[in-house]
Structure formats: C-alpha cells, structure tokens
Design a protein around this ligand. Structure first.
Ligand SMILES: Cc1cc2nc3c(=O)[nH]c(=O)nc-3n(C[C@H](O)[C@H](O)[C@H](O)COP(=O)(O)OP(=O)(O)OC[C@H]3O[C@@H](n4cnc5c(N)ncnc54)[C@H](O)[C@@H]3O)c2cc1C
Ligand code: FES
Ligand code: FES
Length: 1277
C-alpha cells in the first residue's frame, strides 16, 4: 500500500461542547490542548506539564459504540490526545460544563464554595475529572472519587478542601461517621476548645448548593451517533506539515500498512509515543492508528481465560477483570487479581482511559507495571503479519533483553490471552514507587508458583522484575533451580541468594538506588514467600504452620482512602455586624471563575496581531566558553522570524544587585546547564521550538566545574557576605557539658512546580518606547525595573500588569524578571508582540528552586536534657548567580533557634557559588531547612540520653519573656499554649502507648509518632521592604474599584483586601471590584513574599478607605438615613474627590549583622504539629495516618482561604512532624533489632532511606553481595 494511492486529506469531524468542528487541515502533530486553546480559543483547559502528569488539561471524551448502543464517557489528558484520534468523538471542556454566563455546574459551584481552588490553575482539570466521574456514576463511592482524582495535581490547597467538595457528591456521609457518644466531627465543636472561646468548624454551607441533576447535562450529539451507525467505516488519512496519520478499519489493511511502513508506530493512546516525540526529539513521518479495528478491541471469555484485544484501554481491562472476579471462583482469578492490583495504581485515570494494553506491553518500558505480572502468569500474545499468525508467550519478548527481535517490525499484536489460575497456583504482583499513585515504579515484580497437587513441592515457578534494568527481566535460572523444592525457609534463603546473583543491575543509577532496587528484589520475594506460606496454611492448616501472627500485617498494602479532616477556627465575636465580612470564611473572589475556566492567566490572553512566540536556547554545559553560535539551520525553519542574542540587548544584559551579576543572555561563556544563550522568535510555539533545537553552539569546557556544596567548599567558592550569629560563650560551654554530639543533615533542593509555568506577553505600544508587559510574577516592580534597564528606557514607559498568577511559591521574582527581559528584548528588536510561555521541562531546567542545604552541628548538653551549647555551620547551594541566596542564608540563621532557648550558640551560614542553575526564594526562605537541622539535633540529644524527643523539646523550649540569639524580645506564651493544646487535642500520650502496643504486635510494619513545635518570625528585615500602597476609586454609581500592590497567586489576597475595604467603607463586598495589580496604578510596590502581602497591603487599603470615609463623613452626618449611593452622588455634586491612595510605611525592622543584633521581625507566629505514621519495613513504603496542627496566626481575615497558602509558609515547616514520626518508627525498628543507636536520615525522607535504615538480613545480603557496590554515575547535589 502506498501513500500516493491514498485518498486526499480527510475532513476531521468531531464535536466540542456541542458544537460541530470540521477541520480541513488536521495536523497529526497537533494535540487537542493546543487546538482548544489556540484554535478554538477555549482557554479553560490548561497547560501544566504537557506529558500527562498533572491533569490540568483534563477534558471529557465521549464516544458512541453502535454495536452496544452505548455512549462511553472518559476523562483524558488533552496534552497527549492527537486531534486526529478524535474522529467522531465529542469533547467536553470546562467551558461546556458550565459558565457564569449560563449556569454554573454543581461541580464548579461546590469546588469554589468549599474553597477547593486557590491559584485556580488546576481547578478546571479537577472539575473535569469529577464531572466525568459523575456522568458515569451520579452517586460515586469515595473510592471512585479518590481514583478519579489520582491524575490531578494541586500545588496550593493541600487537597483537603477539594476533597471536601468531592465528598458532597459521594454516597456516604461527608462526615467522619463516628457514632460513639452520638458525636461525630460535625458536632463536636463544644468539646474542642474552652467554653469561653467561640470556635467554628463551618467553612461552607451545603444548603446553598444546587442539586446535581444528570438530566441537565449536554447530550451526545445525535449526528455523531448517526455517523457511527450509518456511515461505513473507511480508512482515514490526515496529512500534516511533517506527518501523515493513517487510520485503517480492518486487520488486513493494517497488516498491509505495517508491511509497507514497518517503522511506523501503531498509535493508540499516544502515552508512550507522544512523550517520546515531545521530550526526546523522536520523529515519525507516518503513524498508523489501529484503534478502530474490531479484532484489536475484542473481548473473549473462554473456559481457561480471557482474550483481550491489544487496543483495549487499561480502564476497560480493569473493568473486565473486575467483572470476571465477581463472576468466577477465587481459585481461577488469582492472575486477574494480581493484574488488577497493578492497574489500580498505574498512572492516573486519564492515562488508563487512553493507554492501551498492547501499547504497554509492546513499548517494553522497564517501568511497565503489566509486563512482569503478565509474563509471570504465562500470558500469550497473538501476533499477526501479512499472511502469518502466531502465538508466543509474552515472556519471550524479554528473552534476550531490550531491542530483541522476537517481534518483527511488520508484526502487530492483535490480542493478549490472560489465563485463569489453577488449583495449587498462587500469583502476586508487587510495586514500589516514589508515590503510591500516578508515579512510575522504582521496582515491580510479578510472581507465580504452582505446587504439585496437595503438596508444597514447587512444580512451576516464575519470577519477573520490572524497573530494575532496561526492560522486564526473568529470574529464569533461579526458578529452574528451585523446582522440586519445598516451600520453606531453606528454599527462601536459596531463592534470595540466587535471585540476587541472577538479576544483575548495572551501576547506571545513583549508587544508592541500585542497592534499594536489589533490596526490593529480595524483599518482594520474601513477601511472596509469606503470602504463599499463609495461603498454604489456609488450604491445609494441619500440614502448614503459616506465618507468625506478628508477620501478617505486612501482607496488607497501604491503601489510599478518602481522608477525614476537620478545621477548627476562632469565630468572629457575636457583636460583629453580620455585614462585616472580616474573619469569616468567604469564598475566594475568583473561585467560580477558576472553576468555570473563565479566570484569565497570561497565556489565556488573546493573541495580538502579528504576535511572535519565543523559545529559548539553553546551555548544555555547566562551565564553558562559547566558541560559536550557528543559527543558520534554525533561521531556515518554517515560520522563523529572528534569533535574539546578547548583542540585541540595547542596554543592560547583566544586573548587579551584588558582586556577581544576574544575566539575561550568556555572552561569552556559560556558567550552568540551562543558562539562556539565545532565543528564537517564530509564528508559532511549535515552529519556535523546532528551530531552537537546530541552533548549534560550540563550547570549550572551562575548569573548574563546581556542582556540589562539598566542591564549593573545596574551591572556596561562595557568594559574599558569609554570615555569623553568636551568643554566650560557646567554647567555654562545651567544656562544662556532660555530653557532646556531632552530626550532619542534608536537605535536598525542591522544584517550585507552580502549576502555571513562567509566562510573559510583551506588547510594544508603537510610540515613545512604551510596552505593556503581562507577566506571571510576584513582583511587578522588579519586572518593570529590569525590562526598562535592559532596553535602556525610563521605567515610566514599561507598564506591568498582573491579573493573577498560577502559583509562585517564591519562584516568580528575579527569574520572572530575566524572562520578561528576554521577551522584551525580542519585542523591541522585532517591533512585534512576543509571547514566552516556558515548557515545563525548560522551566524546571532554567529557573532553579529551593537551595540544597547541609547543616553540620556540634551540640553540648547535660544529662538531664538541657542543651547548653550549639556550634553549627550551614551551607546552601546557591547555584551560578547570587539571586537571593545570601538573604536565604541570613534567614536560616535568624530562624535557626525554632522554639528553643540555647544559651550559647554560634552558627555560620555560607551561600555556595556553583555551576548549577541559580537557586532562588522558596516558601519558608531558609526557615524549613534550618529548623529541620535544629529538630534533628534535638532528636540526637534524646537518643543519646534516652529521653523522648518531646521531653527534650519541652525542656529547652522558650518559657518566659526572653531574647532570641540576636537579642529580639519575644513572649512565648502562645508557643507553649499551642504545644500544650496540640499535645492534648492529639491525645499524644495515649496514642504513643497505642503505637508501642502496635509495634510489639507487628514485626514488618511499625508505627511512629512525633510532635514538633514551631516559632515563625514574621518580618522582612528592613522597613522599606514592607511598605505598601493602595488605590481606591469610587464611581458615581457607587461601585468601588480597588487596587493595591499585592499579587494574587492563590493566597486569596484580593478577596481579603475586598473584605477589609468592605468593613472600612461599610458596604457589601459585591460593590467592590478588583481588576489587576499594575505598575501604572501602584508604583514601586514591594514583592508579595514572606507571608506579608495581606498584612501590609491590608494596612494600605484600610488607609485609603479611611481617607475616603473621612471625606464622606460630613455628607453622611447630614443625611444619616441616606444610602451609600445617595452619599456618593452628593459627594460628586459637592466636588469631593472620590479617589484616594492609601499608604503603609512598613514595619520598623532592622538587623545589624556586624553586631549580630537587631529587630528584624515584627511578631512571631507559633504552632505545633503531631503526626502518626506507619511504615512497611520490607519496602520503605509509608503512610501518614493522622496529623493534628494547632496554630496561632493572630486574627485571620479569612479562615477558609488562609488555611492554604496564607498560613502555609509558616505551617510548611510543621510537615517535618511526619519526618520525625517516620524517624521514630525507624528508631523503633532499629532498637528492636539491636542496631546502632545513632543513624542519620536526610530530607526528603524517601522510601529508599527508610528501607535502608531498617537494616535486616536482606539489606545485609546487599552488603555481602559482590556486585552490590555500584559506581554512581550521577551526582547528588
Ligand atoms: C503520565 C504517565 C504515567 C504513566 N504511568 C505508568 C505506570 O505507572 N505504570 C506503567 O506501567 N505505565 C505507565 N505509563 C505508561 C503507559 O501505561 C503506556 O505508555 C501505555 O500503556 C502505552 O499505551 P498507548 O496505547 O498509549 O501506546 P502508544 O504510545 O500509542 O504506543 C506505544 C508503542 O506500542 C506500539 N504498539 C501499540 N499497540 C501495538 C500493537 N497492537 N501491536 C504492535 N505494536 C503496538 C506502538 O507501535 C508504539 O511503539 C504512564 C504513561 C504516562 C504518560
Ligand atoms: S497532564 Fe496535560 S498538561 Fe499536565
Ligand atoms: S489551586 Fe491547585 S494548583 Fe493552585
């Protein structure tokens, strides 16, 4: 078959939100996401990652199956769906679900009203996942709800309020259903706090919710039904700029096509091919889409198993296996059950809905969760090529490792046969991933054993592993050797020895991970051994002893269940006017717009005439001289307009905020991988990116290349100044203490992963060098300053606008300024509007994140637990430019005491200069790291003298009016109150006893519990950084337009400012509108950082409103019974100005680093958190069982929006209670096993570390296994 003979291009017909789309030029490379956003201007569906990982782009796809007369609705990631795959389908986006112009759907309403949206960028995706579930199950179970959301990430809300909204749709009650004493979470307020304190748990009222009415939903387009029923199916061809799509309808046709184009992939879900094309530069000129071929969709049940078509989606496979399990006896369904177990956690629902069984098998990824279990279970593959059909065991495709030619390029997989299990056969699947759902496995396994009838003699054994090496591997020799052996301890020992020898792992990974994988390989087999031993006992209790009682709990995996939660907050005073919204849980001002997709972010702004898209070209070397830049190939690319380099910057390319510069474009040399060298502007995002990949840069490597903190210390490579704080006499104190411990903790870096990537649109206005800059930033003034400086124009020509930001967390300050400058330089050179939306990959590569941190400490203390002296050194990895690294180091010193009074203390902080992308501000700004070091030495002291960590915490906690280590006064009353209340409300003591009891009764599972206090100083260190301004206009119709210098990034600042204005002006919130933050309305605004935005801007808004009210007062006095509108009208007629600015000078904060003294903070927030966890000692898997947090945050303006990002910065540190609870569990394991008392745990505390710390016979095997010591090929920074 040849393409020449093929029919001309087809019209692609599908529906979007009930509207028919006929696309005459469907390009196979175009994904639905960009089609919706750019072509149809439906911008509610968001780009978060482009690779199926975040769910921001979730849409609902509906298809009609004429044979079954059934409509199928399923959620899918628009970023991975080629539009060509949608022929005859109906797409529903968030705009089709509901809107403020028509009707807001109950899902949208409840997400907003339950406060389930903060920055709102993930919200449309959440809406679509929930909506799709409800279309299929109007009264879902909580398990279905949790599964539906597993593919959606949210970086702001912590999920609790999202789940609150979801619970309102579930069959079960939304409360904890605790019926003891007739009290449940909803009516226990009385018991929770002192009687005189009025508290509330009510964050929303379900009475306000519209009911869900399935009859109101958009119907499936009848035309598509008719098309499916009446139109004969024919081959479809779509020709794009570079790629052709062929969708055959019969198997023979498919086989002909495959014979003609053996290299063309068969595209079903595109979840494997799509990411390879997007992220690895793989290109296929022809793709074949076989999804419409009946043979590949067949489902056949026979006496000995199930045969499933290769194009069946993983969700369909899941449903079929679930139904089969319900119908068949358990003995026959052990394979089904094991496959189902893997399917439950494979990807998210959106991935499973489109990914195919055949695609998972044939792509032979090492991370396939299905191949090990399908291979171990003797599944068969039905293959076909022109004139040939054959059946092979699935295991054959792994016989010779990767790249084997068991399947020829002309061959296709038609179907897969999954057998029933037999009597005496046991089958299990195992999996360990960094996160339970929607994360690729570190290692997985499929295992099957068949015994001689009525015995425990092994007749057949099959063990397959995945994740370990480049493909699925079989422990063939091990299995062969063990045939004929009894299922007992000797067999187990030999199996572990053999399997470790047989499965050779290359040292291709970080060395530690290889050891972890090996430990998992034997631990999984041990778990299988336990499972089978227990099953043998169930079968014949007289002959088989089973496993000890205390081993049994490890047979149960941790499950993700709908969490129960309750938030208790201080209610407003009864005397407060009901119209006064301050202190009340008001819905986020943009909540409904987030949920309907109407909220506008930078990339949602309509394109400007002649607009160009910009893609950056980044360095691939860490430290090198740029020898040449060859742009010739790139310039020839379709749609390419120009290439921008440092030479095009009219004025400032290097910004000196300290000794070392922040750089827009690398000029002569590069100082990190990911540094921007130049940029391509083209007529589309795709063209710009394709051309950027063609720019060739020649480098000459420079020495040294410094990546780690250790290397920076070795080369004395630091940003200045280094900082030190000291109080008391540390050296003398060390001479008098009973004990000294020394140690170190490493805290890894962190990616901001704000769900909206860095985005900017620069529009030159055509006269006087004026430019509008629409940018996703926390600091419009710095953007204005940097753009103006780079172009060499006064700041008054650059107008910066920020409507809202899809999450920032500290990552959208200086970095956003550099990116805006890149776009502005391009706009200046081309005189066109330029849009720069970083891809997730570029964003993660270029913009840096939280500083990796090493804390070294020496602590001196008395036998009774009193800590007398601390000598510490902190190192943070600043990366290649200063950014705010020195400030972060300073804050880590200022906040290092956390909640403790240490009489003699000395600490140095160093910001290391390395060749990593420059790190930057990140939520907590050094505090979480330095306080984690503190809490680590607290537990070290506890371990050493045998007291509990909470005792050491209590002994050393600030107790009365005292001074910090930089001589600022503090009153710790509320700290102690939070601590005591947390102890009490969490029932810490009795739960600790229960944990002890659990641990006595369980060997492989252990629990741990910990309680940690927190002092979070509030302040920015200098007065001018906390100044703020506001501008309030009253129009003659009485409506108020409010603006201020704060940025809305999810923390609800505009909602709270409207609450403040409403109180001050005594008018309803509905009369007040916020439009945007802009440098044109509020100049020189400080950055929205450090949890200070609401505090300082609130003061400015209050000031402006009070000015206005003062002007209005004479008019009000004259006509006290008048309305707001009467007074405004009168004021206008009396020529009273109805516009006012408000100003707040900032808090009087200062710090003298020479003296090591000052008042850098204005007040202190306090809190305490208690967490209880459970760990699986065999795998390191762990689960947080419960967390109680008590926080004193003063008077919250809005307890509903404050709970997330508002108080999140301080509260973020309290997450370390989980770290210490895990440490507690590990300590208990180690104590029980008589292991060394001192051990180090670093952050993040991964399953890998937990497993390695719970040393046992299996980890010992690793130490003794000669091939275990692998050479790491990656460096941990
Ligand atoms: C975000 C995300 C998370 C994921 N998480 C997991 C996970 O946790 N565990 C896991 O196991 N997998 C995971 N995956 C991988 C996913 O399961 C596989 O990519 C998917 O099953 C492949 O199916 P597909 O239909 O999308 O394949 P496609 O991408 O359409 O095709 C894949 C390959 O298979 C070939 N192929 C497909 N069908 C046939 C056939 N009938 N005959 C011959 N060749 C064929 C194609 O030629 C192509 O080379 C994840 C993927 C993503 C994007
Ligand atoms: S899943 Fe599509 S953008 Fe993230
Ligand atoms: S509200 Fe979910 S990512 Fe911001």
């Amino acid at each position: 078959m040849s393409l020449q003979g093929a029919a001309g291009p087809e019209e692609l017909i599908f529906y979007v939100n009930g509207r028919k789309i006929i696309e005459k030029n469907a390009d196979p490379e175009q994904m639905l996401l960009s089609y919706l956003r750019k072509r149809l201007r439906l911008t509610g569906t968001k780009y978060g990652c482009g690779g199926g990982g975040c769910g921001a782009c979730t849409v609902m796809i509906s298809t009609y199956e004429p044979a079954l007369k059934k409509i199928r609705h399923y959620s899918a990631n628009a970023c991975l769906l080629p539009i060509c795959s949608l022929y005859g389908a109906a797409v529903t986006t968030v705009e089709g679900v509901g809107s403020t112009k028509t009707r807001v759907h109950p899902v949208q309403e409840r997400l907003a009203k339950c406060h389930g949206s903060q920055c709102g960028f993930c919200t449309p995706g959440m809406v679509m996942s929930i909506y799709t579930l409800l279309r299929n199950h109007p009264e879902p179970t909580s398990e279905q709800m949790i599964a539906a959301l597993a593919g959606n990430l949210c970086r702001c809300t912590g999920y609790r309020p999202i789940l609150d909204a979801c619970k309102t749709f579930c069959k079960e009650s939304i409360c904890c259903q605790r019926k003891t004493n007739e009290k449940c979470c909803l009516d226990q307020e009385d018991d929770l706090f002192d009687k005189e304190e009025k508290v509330s748990t009510r964050l929303f009222s379900t009475d306000e919710f519209q009911p869900l009415d399935p009859t109101q939903e958009l119907i499936f387009p009848p035309e598509l039904m008719r098309m499916a029923e009446n139109q004969p199916k024919r081959t479809l061809f779509f020709h794009g700029e570079r790629m052709t799509w062929i969708s055959p309808v019969s198997l023979n046709e498919l086989l002909d096509l495959k014979a003609a184009y053996p290299k063309a992939p068969l595209l079903v879900g595109n979840t494997s091919v799509g990411p390879e094309m997007k992220f690895r530069g793989v290109f296929h000129p022809i793709v074949i889409a076989p999804a419409r071929i009946p043979d590949l969709n067949m489902v056949k049940c026979t006496d000995d198993g199930l045969t499933l078509g290769a194009a069946c989606s993983l969700s369909l496979v899941k449903d079929i296996l679930t139904n089969a399990m319900a119908e068949l006896p358990e003995e026959k369904t052990k394979v089904f059950s094991a496959v189902l177990q893997q399917l439950r956690t494979l990807g998210g629902e959106q991935i499973r809905n489109i990914a195919s069984l055949g695609g998972n098998i044939i792509s032979r990824k090492p991370t396939s969760d299905l191949n090990p279990i399908l291979a171990a279970s003797n599944c068969m593959l039905n293959l076909a090529s022109r004139g040939r059909k054959r059946q092979i065991p699935l295991s054959d495709i792994f016989a010779d490792g990767v790249g084997n030619n068991t399947i020829t390029p002309e061959e296709i997989l038609v179907s897969v046969r999954i057998p029933h299990s037999r009597k005496g056969e046991y089958v299990s699947a195992f999996r360990q991933a960094p996160r339970r759902e929607n994360a690729l496995p570190v290692t997985n396994a499929g295992m099957r054993v068949l015994f001689e009838e009525g015995t425990d003699t092994i007749k057949d054994l099959s063990i397959f592993y995945g994740g370990a090496v480049l493909t699925t591997v079989c422990a063939k020799q091990t299995c062969r050797t063990l045939i004929g052996r009894h299922w007992n301890k000797q067999m187990l020992d030999e199996a572990c020895r053999l399997v470790l020898k047989e499965i050779a792992l290359p040292g291709s990974d970080n060395g530690e991970k290889v050891d972890y994988k090996k430990t998992l390989i034997v631990s999984f087999f041990y778990r299988f051994f336990l499972e089978v031993s227990q099953s043998l006992k169930t079968m014949d209790p007289c002959h088989y002893p089973g496993i000890p009682m205390e081993y049994r709990s490890v047979l149960q995996d941790f499950k993700t269940k709908m969490p129960q939660s309750i938030q208790i907050y201080q209610d407003t005073e009864l005397s407060q006017s009901p119209q006064d919204p301050v202190g009340r849980p008001i819905m986020h001002q943009s909540g409904i717009k987030h949920a309907t997709g109407e909220a506008v972010y930078v990339d949602d702004l309509p394109s400007v005439d002649g607009e160009l898209f910009l893609a950056v070209v980044t360095s691939s070397r860490a430290h090198a001289k740029i020898v040449s830049i060859d742009t010739s190939e790139a310039l020839k690319g379709p749609g390419v307009f120009d290439i921008i380099t440092a030479h095009d910057v009219p004025a400032t390319n290097e910004f000196y905020y300290s000794d070392d510069p922040e750089i827009i474009f690398a000029r002569n040399k590069v100082i990190c991988v990911g540094q921007i060298v130049c940029a391509v502007v083209a007529d589309s995002d795709d063209h710009a990116k394709q051309a950027a990949a063609k720019v060739k840069i020649e480098y000459e490597v420079l020495e040294p290349v410094i990546l780690t903190i250790e290397e920076a210390i070795q080369h004395n490579s630091f940003f200045e100044p280094k900082r030190k704080l000291e109080q008391g006499n540390v050296d003398r104190a060390f001479e008098t203490v009973d004990n000294i411990i020394e140690g170190e903790i490493r805290i890894g870096g962190q990616e901001h992963f704000y769900i909206e990537t860095q985005s900017v649109l620069v529009v030159p206005k055509g006269e006087d060098n004026e430019m509008d800059v629409y940018v996703s930033t926390q600091h419009p003034a710095i953007i204005q300053e940097m753009v103006a400086a780079s172009l060499g124009v006064p700041a008054n020509r650059i107008m910066c606008h920020v409507k809202r930001v899809g999450g920032a967390f500290g990552g959208k300050l200086l970095k956003a300024g550099l990116l805006a400058s890149v776009a502005a330089v391009a706009a200046n050179k081309t005189s066109r509007a330029v849009r720069l939306i970083l891809s997730r990959g570029d964003d993660m590569l270029i913009t840096g994140g939280r500083h990796p941190f090493i804390g070294k400490y020496k602590v001196g203390f008395m036998n009774d637990g009193r800590i007398r002296a601390v000598d510490a050194k902190y190192y943070i990895n600043g990366g290649c430019t200063p950014d705010e690294s020195v400030l972060v180091a300073e804050v880590s010193l200022l906040k290092m005491d956390n909640a403790y009074k240490i009489p003699n203390l000395r600490c140095w902080a160093y910001a290391c200069k390395t060749n990593l992308p420059s790190n930057t501000a990140f939520r907590g700004f050094g505090f979480p790291q330095s306080a984690l070091v503190t809490e680590t030495w607290i537990t070290g002291v506890a371990d050493k003298i045998g007291l509990s960590p909470e005792k050491i915490r209590e002994i050393n906690m600030y107790k009365e009016n005292e001074q910090t280590h930089f001589k600022q006064k503090l009153d710790p009353q509320n700290l102690i109150r939070c601590w005591n209340e947390c102890m009490e409300k969490s029932a810490y003591c009795s739960r600790k006893t229960a944990v002890n009891e659990f641990n006595k009764q369980n060997h492989w599972k252990k629990k741990g519990i910990a309680i940690v206090p927190m002092k979070f100083p509030f302040g920015l260190g200098t007065r001018y950084l906390s100044q703020a301004a506001a501008l309030v206009h009253i129009y003659t119709d009485g409506s108020v337009l409010l603006t201020h210098g704060g940025i809305e990034m999810g923390q609800g600042i505009h909602t709270k400012m409207i609450q403040v204005a409403s109180r001050e002006l005594n008018i309803p919130m509905s009369c007040i509108h916020f439009c945007e933050t802009s440098t044109t309305t509020v100049p020189n605004a400080c950055a929205s950082v450090g949890s200070a935005g609401t505090d300082v801007n609130g003061m400015a808004v209050k000031d402006a409103c009070q000015t206005l009210l003062k002007r209005l007062q004479p008019i009000i006095n004259k006509n006290p019974k008048g309305t707001w509108n009467d007074w405004i009208k009168e004021a206008f007629e009396q020529s009273v100005s109805l516009s006012a600015t408000g100003y707040f000078r900032g808090y009087n904060e200062n710090m003298d680093w020479e003296k090591g003294e000052g008042q850098p903070f204005t007040y202190f927030l306090y809190g305490a958190a208690c967490s209880e966890v459970e760990i699986n000692c065999l795998t390191g898997d762990h689960k947080n069982l419960r967390t109680d947090i008590v926080m004193d945050i003063g008077c919250s303006i809005n307890p509903a929006v404050d709970i997330g990002q508002g108080i999140g910065e301080a509260g973020l540190f309290l997450g370390c209670s989980v770290f210490f609870a895990l440490r507690d569990a590990v300590t208990r394991v180690r104590n029980e096993r008589g292991l060394k008392k001192t051990f180090a745990l670093n952050s993040p505390l991964t399953a890998e570390q937990i497993r390695a710390s719970c040393a046992d016979d299996f980890t010992d095997m690793m130490a003794n296994n000669e091939s275990a010591s692998s050479t790491p090929q990656t460096t941990s920074v």
